[in-house]
Ligand binder design. Structure first.
Ligand code: ZN
Length: 486
């Protein structure tokens, strides 16, 4: 987004509304620039998204000399604003909630609630559509704006009421025993979250309710510890600081007393021994924060050996045993988690019998941090019963792990429903199940689908279902593990 946002900042100017020729008074932009801009955007169209949704307009955004102009009516109407056009004065009026905006189409003047605001380039009429500068929308109307170079997408987020702090500078300071990254804002910063990733080693801090004054940028340090500090508008209200490191060290985040400054300190003596986690990745999966990679996840493929679990029969003949489908899914889950850098312990990797009480006992002995039991469902009450449900039992000691079984169950359930399209039977608290109440650590049981239901059974026979089941669980587990070390 940097190219678009890093625009020249023009001081607020009082401009007379003279209704003069369109671009005569702006020496920076000529008719030739306009024609060129339109031609390039015809060849490489710019996509426009408002509040996450694509906006269809007969006139697309156009980039002219690094300034982006967007169709006024299409953008504001998709935010729920009313747009009216005063032909005689050639003024466009936008009524958006409590705000009123007036734009003089021929000049460079705009008024927001009666106060004059500057546009760095004037509005422009292309094919009878009023095009206004994106920067104006961002700065004067407090909308979040963004640009993705790869997909040539302009994003606009409706104005938020929250106070946003503007980050004016990012610096690195070397001290005798540490390096300090200093982030300075014009106002107090509400909070942050952190991530530490491998391949390449980096430490990231997301600063909440912040915007960058001058757009994305980076500092190349090439030091013994810090390689680069990159910063970018990750979301409309979140700035992400990424510190690329030569060593695997964790930054310590602290604030100045007024919270307008954030410090990230990297101790020079904090080098840690570790093996690289490998670089196999699975599509759609985040890698685990390496601070969480030492946490042990026990995977329990339900049933096994002489305990078949539920059975699906066709014309009196068994066609699927729950123990087999559970094992297949659990092995996939294990492989995905390992690829993402998670430490795992799978209770069985073949068709063998393990008693119900040996399962939690094994997890307790291994000092596991999380227990995930993979099952599928069945009932003889109704062949119509179908869908996905997840069981949890909230234990008093969960805060020690900073992992909450209810939160994990809800996330697993959400991803399962989204990706499998099965009926949502919700999460359920179940204190009576041995693997939930005999484990010391947070634990869940996933019941993917019903062997006793014809449609669910058909799904369960497919590779696609099993892969999506495993991927949904893996996504949720990694997200919860990463959150536990933020
Ligand atoms: Zn089962």
């Amino acid at each position: 987004m940097s190219r678009i946002l890093r625009l020249m900042f023009l001081p607020l100017m009082v401009i007379l509304l003279m209704g003069t020729a369109v671009y005569g008074e702006n020496p920076n932009i000529t008719q030739k620039d306009i024609d060129e801009g339109i031609a390039i955007c015809k060849e490489f169209p710019v996509v426009l998204k408002v509040d996450g949704k694509s906006v269809a307009s007969d006139v697309s955004p156009v980039i002219i000399k690094e300034r982006t102009l967007i169709p006024l009516r299409a953008v504001f109407e998709s935010m729920g604003a009313q747009v009216t056009w005063n032909e005689s004065d050639r003024i466009a009026e936008v009524a958006m909630g409590p705000s009123a905006v007036q734009l003089d189409i021929d000049g460079q003047a705009a008024f927001v609630n009666g106060n004059q605001a500057a546009m760095d380039v004037p509005a422009l009429i292309i094919n009878d559509r009023t095009m206004i500068p994106l920067r104006f929308v961002g700065e004067s109307l407090n909308c979040g704006i963004g640009w993705d170079d790869l997909t040539r997408t302009v994003t606009i987020q409706s104005p938020v009421d929250k106070n946003v702090s503007t980050i004016s500078s990012v610096e690195i300071q070397e001290k005798s025993d540490s390096y300090r990254v200093i982030i300075e804002a014009d106002n107090s910063i509400e909070g942050h979250s952190t991530f530490a990733y491998d391949n390449p080693q980096r430490f990231c801090v997301d600063l909440k309710n912040t915007v960058l004054e001058d757009g994305d940028d980076q500092i190349r340090e090439n030091g013994d510890l810090i390689k680069t500090v990159r910063y970018a508008q990750f979301a409309p209200d979140t700035v992400r600081i990424v510190v690329d490191l030569n060593e695997k060290v964790v930054g310590t985040v602290s604030y100045s007393s007024d919270r307008a400054r954030v410090y990230i300190d990297f101790d020079k003596n904090q080098q840690q021994n570790h093996e690289d986690l490998g670089s196999v990745t699975v599509d759609g999966l985040n890698v685990v924060d390496w601070r969480a990679s030492k946490k042990l996840v026990v995977i329990d493929p339900g049933h096994g050996g002489s305990d078949t679990g539920s059975q699906a029969k066709q014309d009196g003949v068994e066609i699927l045993n729950e123990k087999d489908v559970n094992l297949d899914i659990a092995l996939r889950l294990n492989r995905m988690l390992e690829a993402a850098g998670v430490s795992t312990y799978i209770l069985r990797d073949s068709d063998k019998t393990i008693t119900l009480y040996d399962r939690p006992a094994a997890a307790n002995t291994a000092n596991a941090d999380l227990y995930v039991s993979v099952h599928n469902n069945s009932t003889d009450k109704s062949p119509a019963a179908k869908g996905t449900e997840t069981y949890y039992y909230s234990k008093a000691g969960e805060s020690e792990y900073n992992i909450y079984s209810k939160e994990l169950a809800e996330l697993v359930q959400k991803y399962m429903i989204e990706s499998l399209g099965t009926v949502d039977r919700k999460v359920k608290s179940e204190p009576a199940y041995a693997v939930l109440n005999k484990t010391k650590m947070p634990a869940i049981i996933i019941e993917g689908a019903f062997l006793s239901n014809t449609e669910d059974l058909k799904l369960m026979m497919t590779d696609e279902f099993r892969e999506k089941y495993a991927l949904s669980a893996a996504r949720a587990i990694i997200e919860i593990l990463n959150k536990s070390v933020e």
